[in-house]
Design a protein around this ligand. Structure first.
Ligand code: SIN
Length: 327
């Protein structure tokens, strides 16, 4: 872990910037190539070079430098612990530089585990640092501005001048600079030239769960939760294969299953039967919808438990954490 302190006048609000990689830290062999680059190449101190926010003192730390498609429990553990460390200090807020691909998962994970009362802001970019017109420097500056905003709170994501909350944020576009959406309720607000305008209040954090953070730190491996998609022609073979593997080696076997259902979290009948077999075998099963927007409305007639009001990737994290707390 590299630690760099960037000097600034006494009395400034301190913002800690934790680097984890992503396109914001991406480097292409050919300058201006926005596709053929490697994410997670440029160090966080280099990303901060030239970024100054009046009244803000910056401190940088490199926690990881990866393409966020490869995000795993080890990096999440390290990141959660560094965030917890800094949240216990006298800092105005934290910024985490991150790839866009799993940003919503890391945001939801940190929201669930840390429940911060101060701002913890994820910053990202859709173009690498070597782009002819990189979006990372402005996004990073905006994220620092949000992290230093008095009264700001919770796990947030800032991209293309828009502020999203961890609960609602989703990547919805693979190329556009404004790649994120907060669904039906819309984003929390915007930041323009350092000024924050809110359309909604700062998000409420869940109750703090110090015992969960302890488990995050100590437990390995974390409970295994898989996502299975219902679709035309879906069957139960994937679930049955997971059950066979679990029967052979319970230590690495699946403990939870998220079923990404069609529409109102409905399942192909063959997948539903397999999910019932999984439940009978002791696997915790939850349903949700594969629809990107809207919420699942309970009908009360389902054979499997009520659907959760989270997209599949966040439902996976919620189930993993609840299995951890139960275990
Ligand atoms: C990544 O998620 O690390 C690569 C893609 C991106 O940041 O846009």
């Amino acid at each position: 872990m590299i630690d760099k302190c960037i000097a600034s006048p006494p009395g400034s609000a301190k913002v800690v910037v934790l680097g984890t990689g992503g396109t914001i830290a991406g480097r292409a062999a050919v300058q201006g190539d926005n596709l053929g680059y490697r994410a997670g190449e440029v160090g966080v101190d280099e990303l901060l070079a030239g970024i100054e926010v009046p009244g803000v003192a910056l401190q940088a730390e490199q926690v990881a430098n990866i393409d966020s498609k490869d995000m795993d429990a080890g990096v999440w553990r390290a990141l959660a612990l560094r965030c917890a460390h800094w949240l216990a200090q006298d800092v105005a807020g934290i910024v985490v530089t991150h790839g866009t691909d799993t940003l919503e998962e890391t945001a939801f994970f940190l929201h669930s585990v840390l429940a911060p009362r101060r701002p913890l802001v994820l910053a990202c970019a859709m173009r690498p640092a070597t782009s002819l017109a990189p979006d990372g420097p402005q996004n990073l500056r905006d994220a620092i501005g949000v992290a230093a905003t008095p009264g700001a709170a919770g796990v947030l994501a800032v991209c293309a001048g828009t502020i999203h909350g961890a609960q609602a944020v989703q990547k919805v576009h693979p190329y556009r600079l404004d790649a994120f959406s907060s669904g039906d309720l819309g984003p929390l607000g915007v930041i323009e030239e350092g000024r924050v305008t809110l359309a909604q209040g700062w998000p409420a954090s869940p109750p703090a769960a110090p015992a969960l953070l302890q488990r995050i730190a100590e437990q390995a491996p974390w409970p295994r939760v898989e996502i299975v998609l219902s679709h035309a022609g879906a069957g139960g073979r994937l679930v049955d294969a997971l059950l066979r593997e679990r029967a052979q080696d319970p230590a690495v076997g699946v403990q939870g299953l998220v079923l990404a259902g069609t529409g109102n979290a409905t399942l192909h009948r063959d997948l539903e039967s397999a999910a019932q077999r999984a439940q009978a075998a002791g696997v915790t099963v939850v349903r949700t919808t594969r629809c990107p927007f809207g919420r699942v409305l309970a009908s009360g007639a389902e054979a499997l438990p009520e659907a959760v009001d989270l997209p599949p990737v966040k439902a996976r994290i919620a189930l993993m954490l609840s299995l951890m707390q139960a275990g």
